[in-house]
Design a protein around this ligand. Structure first.
Ligand code: URA
Length: 269
């Protein structure tokens, strides 16, 4: 993405853009500067080794696994073979927690099923509940602008899902029993997608994915690892929080650059 377009996206995010009076002379220099500009980029080198851990096994279907291998399951467990469509049907018909009684519909996820990036939010809000798609309200528009700033779009190269697939009434925090019922669906989405990098947006998503009650401020700025595939996971602010606290947008931009550097370290071009 050229600098002009990135600056336009940053302005859409509400991040002030500083233009260096000493621009780098070449792309190679720009890359070097990016490393200096973002001190945490050093961490990106450390995650290079994680590339092996997240490398797709030879049995994975090229270009994204559409079907999970058959696994022995109990009688009341999900079908032996999971496809995106069967999983989606299960989610839309789910009655495992009481939220099914108040939701309009389940909100499964959106984006490319071959994406190397997975963004995980908390739960659908009112607009998402109405339209059946994650992050389509005001916070969603900001999320889209944030993602565009690092070259990602739900239409092509990122998948977006929530910890909860049903809207909690009044947008209250998810209850532990709701998370316990719903998280297995996200785990199965992750098994199908096998993302290279995950971005947890907001405290609820981060704490539930990392099984911690640490505050968001302590979870930012580090590479965590998720699940059996050790998928690198970066934490940033929830876009709804950023709408309320625009002064933290610059920190969110640091997080996004950090996530991009982690991804690039895993996928050198
Ligand atoms: N907030 C979330 O965490 N997820 C959505 O889908 C919408 C708002």
């Amino acid at each position: 993405m050229d600098a002009l377009r990135r600056n336009q996206y940053l302005q859409t995010m509400g991040v002030d853009v500083w233009v260096s009076r000493h621009p780098p002379a070449s792309a190679a220099v720009a890359t070097a500067v990016a490393g200096v500009e973002d001190p945490r980029a050093a961490d990106a080198a450390a995650v290079h080794a994680a590339a092996q851990a997240v490398a797709r096994p030879a049995t994975a279907v090229t270009g994204g696994a559409d079907v999970l291998p058959a696994v022995a399951r109990g009688a009341d467990e999900p079908p032996a073979v999971t496809t995106w469509e069967s999983l989606r049907s299960e989610v839309l018909a789910c009655t495992k927690c009481s939220l099914h009684g108040s939701r309009t519909q389940g909100v499964f996820g959106v984006g490319s099923r071959e994406a190397q990036w997975l963004v995980v939010g908390e739960a659908p809000g009112a607009e998402e509940d109405r339209r059946g798609e994650p992050f389509v309200g005001r916070a969603g528009h900001l999320l889209d602008a944030m993602l565009k700033a690092i070259g990602l779009s739900r239409g092509s190269n990122v998948y977006i899902a929530n910890v909860l697939k049903s809207r909690p009434p009044g947008n209250r925090d998810p209850k532990p029993e709701e998370v316990a019922a719903c998280l297995p669906y996200l785990m199965r989405q992750i098994e199908l997608l096998r993302p290279r990098v995950m971005l947890a947006v907001g405290r609820i998503a981060a704490q539930n994915l990392l099984s911690t009650d640490a505050p968001l401020g302590r979870l930012r700025g580090k590479v965590h690892h998720f699940g059996e595939l050790n998928t690198p996971l970066i934490v940033t602010y929830h876009p709804a929080y950023l709408l309320r606290t625009p002064s933290d947008k610059r920190k969110a931009w640091e997080d996004l650059k950090f996530a991009r550097s982690v991804f690039q370290a895993l996928n050198p071009t």
